[in-house]
Design a protein around this ligand. Structure first.
Ligand code: PEP
Ligand code: MN
Length: 347
């Protein structure tokens, strides 16, 4: 590990760093002629970087070396591949997640699920528990929504991703969901992340709209540190200054994350754009930047929804996005995963 130290350290401050380093099993090596840099030689473990970083004497960890966190891609290491039902993310596999913002009625959810699956989605999205900015907005159909998702899942064979807002909901959500979603507003909800770390189902972790990429990755680390290795990161737009779009899709973050972490990364152009007409372009941009998938809100009757109708694309636009995703994935030797299993009711 390579450390930059604070300037003009007292002997006591330096000693407390040296004591901590020794306790963790490291040897402190001074670098000739560079007073503010030291190298720690030793075992390297995911928890060591933060322990050393928290030490007063340390200004910055310049290189974590072998003490890399679990999210970090070791030099030359392959992608982690996360499989959810028919969907596969990472390792050259690209998958599409589609569905309504919120689960409302059984009939509408079933119709959308059938349509998006027939057109190329391998995972159905839809919130039963909805995080809303106002307590007076529709908060989701909750238990009834979960029940609808369970029935649609059984009927269509599509795996389901849906949000858990609170650690107390994880058990009920887990009875239906193939993948837990953590929303942008909950990215830093550490009790929730810790609870999901105890689960053995994949987690879709959305970036907080004002989170740095290191904060985002450390949120993933809470899940990984609990022993759940199946985390997919989702860039969904960060807050900008311009109200022309709801958020700013950070495609630079996608490219950076793909280099920095072995975890799959997807984009959500719907919450980034906030308007349906921009969703296809942002979805394509995310894939071009290296995303392993796209999650988008699809609704044939956006006027009939209680939430995010203005950003839901129609079925024809979804079909175009599927074709574009296939072409963009092929451009760099990747594959769009298509639904292949027959739907249960047709067997
Ligand atoms: C969602 O995907 O349903 C959602 C609420 O998005 P976000 O958490 O990114 O706002
Ligand atoms: Mn939404």
């Amino acid at each position: 590990m390579l450390l930059q130290l604070r300037k003009n350290l007292s002997e006591a401050d330096f000693r407390s760093l040296a004591d901590l380093a020794r306790e963790l099993g490291y040897r402190v090596v001074a670098l000739d002629g560079v007073p503010d840099l030291v190298r720690l030689e030793g075992p390297g473990a995911p928890e060591h970087r933060s322990r050393i970083e928290d030490c007063y004497a340390v200004a910055r960890v310049l290189d974590a070396g072998a003490a890399r966190e679990l999210f970090q891609r070791a030099p030359g290491a392959p992608d982690t591949v996360v499989t959810v039902g028919e969907a596969r993310f990472g390792g050259g596999a690209v998958s599409l997640i589609a569905g309504p913002c919120a689960i409302e009625t059984y009939d509408a959810t079933l119709a959308i699920a059938r349509e998006v699956r027939a057109r190329g989605a391998t995972l159905l999205r839809g919130g039963a528990y909805k995080p809303r900015t106002s307590p007076y907005s529709f908060q989701g159909s909750r238990r009834a929504g979960l029940e609808i998702l369970g029935r649609v899942r059984a009927e269509t064979g599509l795996a389901v991703v849906t949000e858990a807002l609170d650690p107390r909901d994880v058990e009920a959500v887990g009875e239906v969901a193939d993948m837990f979603q953590v929303g942008s507003r909950n990215m830093a909800n550490q009790p929730l992340l810790a609870e999901l770390g105890r689960q053995r189902k994949p987690v879709l972790l959305k970036r907080g709209f004002a989170a740095t990429l290191r904060e985002f990755l450390l949120a993933a680390e809470f899940v990984l540190a609990g022993g759940n290795t199946q985390v997919v990161l989702c860039e969904r737009g960060i807050r900008g200054f311009d109200p022309s779009t709801r958020n700013v899709l950070d495609v630079g973050a996608v490219a950076w994350l793909k280099r920095t972490t072995h975890l799959p990364v997807i984009v959500d152009p719907s919450h980034a754009a906030g308007r349906a007409d921009l969703v296809p372009a942002l979805g394509r941009a995310g894939l071009a930047a290296g995303a392993d998938g796209v999650m988008c809100e699809v609704h044939p009757e956006p006027g009939e929804t209680h939430s995010d109708g203005s950003q839901a694309i129609g079925l024809e636009d979804f079909s175009k996005l599927v074709a574009d995703a296939r072409a963009l994935a092929a451009l760099d030797g990747r594959t769009l995963v298509a639904p292949t299993r027959p739907a249960p009711h047709t067997v």
